[in-house]
Design a protein around this ligand. Structure first.
Ligand code: NAD
Length: 474
């Protein structure tokens, strides 16, 4: 009865920031009851999310179109099918992930056995992002991992994608166990109220600026954090590539995923001075093939998410330092929040477009004398979330992997590394900390508890006082 009355106090539709503590208290009580730890509960919730995405596919696509004019097929590929894939993968693997892992013991504990037990952490806050508003890299990925690991979760979707946020809130209320999985909608005030609470882990996706606020709030309670941040992801293009395939893959990763509003979208290209003109011609050709001569009218490209971000990007284009550097695109339509794929050549390092993460459809190209010089350029900047290299040269590939630091890497393509569940996805340095996807998501929300089992045999007499001279000689 006490539980029920507490539940009643926490409004589901309109979150009362004064009652953020009650929400966490309630979820903690449910977590402590042990309900979320059972294999059955985890499976039932993952199946419900899968069912939700399957049954409400059209509503999800509609919400994404409302928020971003996201093309239907793109929404299907990058959100619906990825989320379904993550759920199915977790359902297939969960039993194995949950099994304690045998560990080696040492001579000092002989005879004994040991294992590593994956224990849920407790109550998780998942503060998600508007880009990929519903998919596993936005709202659902961490949610799937947290549930698979047996936690209670609060999901805070981004107010920047209001249609996706309210749809997620409505659907999750309908499909999953609301005693342990809750959605809180809102903006800064709601996030701040949530951040004041004591969580067992905070999973945050967004900018480094807010990431710092999250980490500072978490430190008050010694709460561990996973920060999935961004940065400027470089694409190095050597002159030995299959230029058609390379440009198609660069375009797909840049403008085919939310029109550049993706954390691992190519942010800038580095190529050699000699190869740049060829690369630009190839990009121009493929861009027309993909989006026509007037990309602002293309239905195959998302718009900018809101006026604030449109103006932010317009400022990067209008910067005096790049006014004569635009070689492709540059067209904008403020009423429709559209910006055409825009390529800038040889922008100075101190131009705004090279100082900030772009997170939009602009793509500067830097040129170097030798392709190896690109490694120095990348390493002189903050460590990116992803780094891409197009080349056929095996030695150069090895050098790139060995010498360039990045959250993840992909050779001869863009973006696709995040579709591989056996690879950890996450940042390093300023692009974030911690990783997830596949088993890494399960591990991210589990405590790895080392357990040693002994019997009542096998003690060496030297272990126990008094430490007599005779024992020393043993
Ligand atoms: P953001 O960090 O500006 O997030 C804005 C969100 O933070 C809003 O929901 C807002 O309500 C909240 N917020 C703002 N100020 C706050 C404050 N003072 N206290 C508490 N909450 C506050 O970023 P964004 O625009 O949502 O996302 C863009 C960034 O996310 C980019 O850097 C991108 O690379 C990154 N990103 C990373 C990943 C990843 O998986 N690593 C995925 C997608 C996006």
């Amino acid at each position: 009865a006490a539980t029920l009355s507490l539940m009643a106090e926490v409004e589901k539709e309109t979150f009362d920031i004064e009652k953020a503590d009650l929400l966490v208290k309630e979820l903690r009580k449910v977590y402590r009851s042990g309900k979320t730890k059972s294999h059955e509960w985890r499976v039932s919730q993952l199946k419900s999310i899968l069912k939700m995405v399957e049954e409400k596919e059209k509503d999800i696509i509609k919400a994404l179109q409302e928020d971003l004019s996201k093309p239907e097929l793109e929404a299907y590929i990058s959100e619906i099918s990825m989320t379904k894939g993550s759920c199915k993968h977790a359902l297939e693997e969960l039993e194995g992930w949950m099994k304690p892992q045998k560990a080696k013991t040492s001579i000092t504990t002989y005879p004994s056995s040991a294992e590593i037990v994956s224990e849920p952490l407790g109550v998780i806050l998942n503060k998600a992002i508007w880009a990929q508003a519903t998919d596993r890299d936005g709202a659902s990925g961490a949610l799937i991992g947290a549930i698979a690991a047996g936690n209670a979760v609060v999901l805070k979707p981004s107010e920047v994608a209001p249609a996706s946020s309210s749809l997620l809130a409505k659907l999750l209320e309908e499909y999953v166990d609301n005693s342990a999985i809750r959605v809180v909608e809102g903006a800064v005030a709601e996030t701040s109220a949530l951040l004041e609470q004591k969580w067992d882990k905070i999973f945050y996706t967004g900018s480094g600026h807010v990431g710092r606020i999250v980490m500072a709030a978490a430190s008050k309670h010694l709460t561990p954090v996973i920060l999935e941040l961004g940065g400027k992801c470089p694409v190095v293009v050597a002159s030995d590539v299959n230029i058609k395939v390379a440009t198609m893959r660069i375009i797909a990763g840049k403008w085919g995923c939310n029109n550049g509003q993706t954390c691992i979208a190519p942010d800038y290209i580095i190529t050699t001075k000699a190869f740049a003109p060829k690369l630009i011609d190839a990009l121009r050709h493929e861009l027309v093939e993909f989006f026509g001569v007037n990309p602002l009218e293309s239905d195959d490209i998302s718009r900018i998410v809101n006026l604030y971000h449109f103006k932010r990007l317009k400022r990067l284009i209008d910067d005096d330092k790049v006014s004569n550097k635009i070689v492709i695109g540059g067209q904008t339509n403020e009423n429709q929040l559209k910006i055409a794929p825009t390529i800038l050549l040889d922008v100075p390092e101190d131009a705004l477009v090279m100082k900030e993460e772009i997170f939009g459809p602009l793509l500067p190209i830097l040129t170097v004398e030798n392709i190896e010089d690109s490694f120095t350029v990348i390493n002189s900047r903050s460590k990116p979330l992803a780094a891409y290299f197009f080349t056929n040269n095996e030695d150069l590939k090895k050098d790139f992997v060995r010498n360039v630091s990045a959250g993840g890497m992909l050779i001869n393509d863009t973006i696709l590394h995040l579709t591989v569940p056996s690879l950890p996805f996450g940042g390093v340095g300023e692009s974030g900390m911690g990783s997830y996807h596949g088993k890494f998501s399960f591990d991210a929300f589990s405590h790895k508890k080392g357990v040693l089992y002994r019997t009542f045999k096998g003690d060496s007499p030297t272990r126990f006082p008094p430490y007599s001279a005779g024992k020393l000689q043993l």
